[in-house]
Each structure stands twice: as C-alpha cells, then as structure tokens.
Design a protein around this ligand. Structure first.
Ligand SMILES: NC(=O)c1ccc[n+]([C@@H]2O[C@H](COP(=O)([O-])OP(=O)(O)OC[C@H]3O[C@@H](n4cnc5c(N)ncnc54)[C@H](OP(=O)(O)O)[C@@H]3O)[C@@H](O)[C@H]2O)c1
Length: 195
C-alpha cells in the first residue's frame, strides 16, 4: 500500500483530506507544524526515510496574506524555501509531490478568468512567495509533481470568508462589504477529493 505524507494537516485542506482518508486505500501520515516543520530539511528527510513515503501532499503554507507584507522572511521560508526542499527530496527519492498554490500568482487585472499559461505577476509578498515556490518545484522536479492553483478556500475548519459572513449575517441587520473583488470560492472538501 502506498504511503502518503500530508503536511500542514491542521489547516483547512489538510483537515478535509483527513476526513476523506478512510475512503481510500493508502497509508496516510498526517503531520502538522509540531510533528513535521517543513522549514527543516533534515526533518523532512528523516520522516520520509523512516516512513517509506511514496507521495507527498503539501498542504502546509504561510497563508496570512496581509501579515506577509511585514513578515517576508517567514513567508519565503515556508512558501518558497520549504517547497524547494520538498522538491529536492522528492526528486532524489522518486516521490510524487502534489503542491497547492494560489491565484495570487496573478495580479488580478484580467477581465476574464485566468488559465494556467497566463502571465504571472504577483502584486504582494504572499503571491511572490507562492510563485517562487512553484518555480522551484518546476525547476527541480517537473516530471513527478503537480501544482494545483486554487482560490478563496472555505470549509468548516479554521477561519475563512464564508464563516465570517455567516457570523456577521447572524449578528447584524446590514453588512458593508467590498464589491470590487471577483474570485471563485473553493470548498476545501471538493479540493481534497480532487487531490
Ligand atoms: N485559504 C485560501 O483561501 C487559499 C487560497 C488559495 C490558495 N491557498 C493555498 O492552499 C493551501 C492550503 O490552504 P489552507 O487554507 O488549508 O491553509 P491553512 O488553513 O492556513 O493551513 C496551512 C497549515 O500549514 C501549517 N504550517 C505553516 N507553516 C508550517 C511549517 N513550517 N511546517 C508545517 N506546517 C506549517 C499551518 O500551521 P499553523 O496554523 O501552526 O501556522 C496550517 O495548519 C496553501 O498552500 C495555500 O497557500 C489557500
């Protein structure tokens, strides 16, 4: 049976994968920041060697988009350098790597939906760190990896736009919300099943 390492499994997508895991014939190993910090290359290597991993699903990320502006180093360490480590180790050990990225790799100025080959031009630190992670993965291990760009994830886990709107909607008579952003909300369980 193939062994699958899931990183960042306490997040929205990681939690949904965990809920679905029993439906699939894989030996899933769910890790979080405490059990496997992906910024530590040696820890990744040790974990993979010890558990004979065949597939990695990287759900770990620095996702605080606004905070990243003043926390560039940490965003880069998690979204770029760590993806590089995962790519290097998965290439070396012939492991399939599934990595999640974001619509923030684009600048959002298109007036039509983006496709994969569209020009990337991140307009913030978070987007740049995610794009740098993508590029590292494509440079190092393009044949044995998959990058899934998603957007506006919501789920019953953690905090997200849908939960905030539901809460505010139950508390207030009227809501003032920006209306100049267009995107595709993605249910984390749908994404988890697709992965
Ligand atoms: N949320 C969105 O709307 C959205 C949109 C587009 C793309 N994405 C991408 O989709 C993926 C999953 O997003 P999500 O919403 O599930 O994110 P999330 O809920 O923020 O989960 C990310 C998880 O990664 C963990 N993590 C952070 N640094 C780590 C480290 N060094 N080692 C191990 N784990 C670490 C976090 O732990 P802590 O809580 O301890 O930090 C958290 O549990 C990410 O790649 C994200 O960039 C998300």
């Amino acid at each position: 049976m193939n062994s699958v390492l899931v990183t960042g499994s306490k997040g929205q997508v990681g939690n949904e994968l965990n809920e679905l895991a029993s439906e699939y014939q894989y030996n899933f190993l769910f890790t979080d920041r405490n059990s496997l910090d992906i910024t530590n290359k040696q820890s990744i290597r040790n974990f993979i060697d010890m558990n004979n991993i065949d597939i990695i699903i990287n759900c770990a990320a620095y996702t605080a988009v606004d905070k990243a502006e003043s926390d560039k180093k940490q965003a880069d360490a998690i979204n770029h350098q760590s993806v590089k480590y995962l790519a290097q180790i998965s290439k070396e050990k012939n492991i399939k790597l599934i990595h999640i990225s974001t619509d923030y790799v684009f600048n959002g100025k298109n007036y039509k939906p983006y496709i994969e080959s569209d020009f990337t031009a991140p307009s913030n630190i978070y987007g740049k760190s995610k794009l740098d992670g993508e590029k590292a993965l494509q440079d190092i291990n393009p044949k044995n990896s998959i990058i899934i760009r998603t957007s506006w994830i919501y789920s019953s886990f953690g905090s997200n736009f849908v939960k905030t709107m539901l809460r505010l909607g139950s508390e207030r008579e009227e809501l003032g919300v920006i209306f100049d952003q267009v995107g595709t909300p993605t249910y984390a369980k749908d994404l988890a099943r697709t992965i």
